[in-house]
Design a protein around this ligand. Structure first.
Ligand code: BGC
Length: 349
């Protein structure tokens, strides 16, 4: 079968090549891949700045945003041939730590977790993959190819889960205004989940006049392209989805009192900025603000995300997938093109 593989740590080493059928040790369920989403993490792996091959191997099969159809599954495992499934990315560390021991591998404490397509485990970017039934999420068949949005949506389901836990530290928490920075797939899925919570949703992005503006408007939110929105809005919740240092700095003191800033972007280190730590500390303490980071998702979050996608307007979701490349031209999916939101590799063509 064909798979997209890469030599982690080496830029421009990715290629589509013949590889052996998936190992039985990957899991009892055999899945035929339908589509694979690409994101910033994949680009970092391709440029050699992130990613780790499985122990004892040189190349890593890329891909962590999966969608496939079950070909074979053991009896009574909850899955049958024909089911549409998405694979969970992370696997618990072998120890396991206290978090992994209770199924919260997204909160792994010792960093020895593995991730499919990212860290020490082959990904889903192959014509077929195997998976353990407990790490395969069955999705609403009506979603069809939109199911490829489940993995990025799981990241936001976790972000919202944690925002709400932080918010409820105060008995009278009643958030009204939500601001999201960045109208990429993560920002737009954050906005969708904000609408589903009846919030007044605002999205700030540097793009003027592209498709993103209409997508936010048609969701019922307000789109801003002027950075002054950050100073004006005083949101109760701010979800930062750009990972851009200058934006992050502006977000840190932009909420109203008892505000929550949730950071979701993975920034490359070593960008130096002047920053008034004393002022930030004073505002954060006197206003009871919380700034926190979030990454990855556990099974509960995938299920919450599956529910959010099932309740979403499918025509709206479809607009998030702006481009698709067939497997033979997989590298086109990783190019940055104007107007891109989520780009996928189509394994059916
Ligand atoms: C993935 C997460 C993963 C993170 C760090 C993200 O792109 O969506 O599942 O934990 O990268 O490797």
């Amino acid at each position: 079968m064909r798979a997209i593989t890469v030599l982690p740590g080496i830029a421009c080493s990715a290629r589509l090549e013949e590889v052996p059928e998936p190992a039985q040790s990957d899991g009892a369920v055999l899945v035929r891949t339908l589509a694979l989403g690409v994101c910033g993490t994949d680009r970092e792996i391709l440029n050699g700045s992130y990613g780790f091959a499985p122990p004892g191997q040189q190349r890593l099969v890329l891909g962590h945003e999966s969608l496939g159809v079950v070909e074979t599954a053991p009896d009574r495992c909850g899955l049958v041939p024909g089911d549409l499934v998405v694979g969970v990315v992370r696997r618990p560390d072998p120890e396991p730590c206290v978090a992994c021991a209770v199924g919260e591998w997204d909160m792994c404490r010792n960093g020895r977790y593995t991730e499919r397509g990212i860290k020490e485990r082959h990904g889903y970017g192959a014509e077929r993959f195997r998976i353990e039934p407990e790490f395969a999420i069955k999705i609403d068949p009506e979603l069809g190819v939109l199911g490829v949005l489940l993995e990025p949506a799981s990241i936001l389901a976790k972000a919202w889960d944690h925002i709400e836990r932080v918010g409820h530290r105060a008995r009278a928490w009643q958030p009204k205004i939500l601001l999201i920075t960045g109208a990429g797939p993560i920002g737009l899925l954050a906005a969708l989940m904000g609408m589903q919570r009846d919030l007044d949703v605002h999205v700030l992005d540097h793009n003027k006049g592209g498709p993103k503006e209409a997508i936010v408007r048609d969701l019922g939110g307000t789109y801003h392209s002027e950075p002054s929105a950050l100073e004006r809005l005083a949101p109760d919740i701010l979800i930062e989805c750009t990972g851009a240092p200058a934006v992050i700095r502006a977000c840190l003191e932009a909420t109203s009192a008892a505000g929550i800033v949730c950071l979701t972007g993975v920034t490359e280190p070593a960008k130096m900025f002047e920053f008034d730590i004393g002022g930030f500390n004073r505002t954060t303490v006197l206003d009871n603000n919380v700034v926190f980071g979030t990454v990855n998702a556990n099974r509960r979050h995938y299920e919450m995300a599956a529910d959010a996608l099932a309740r979403a307007d499918k025509a709206w979701l479809r607009r998030l997938i702006t481009r698709s490349a067939p497997l033979e031209r997989w590298s086109e999916a990783l190019e940055h093109r104007k107007g891109d939101i989520k780009v996928i590799i189509d394994f059916r063509t």
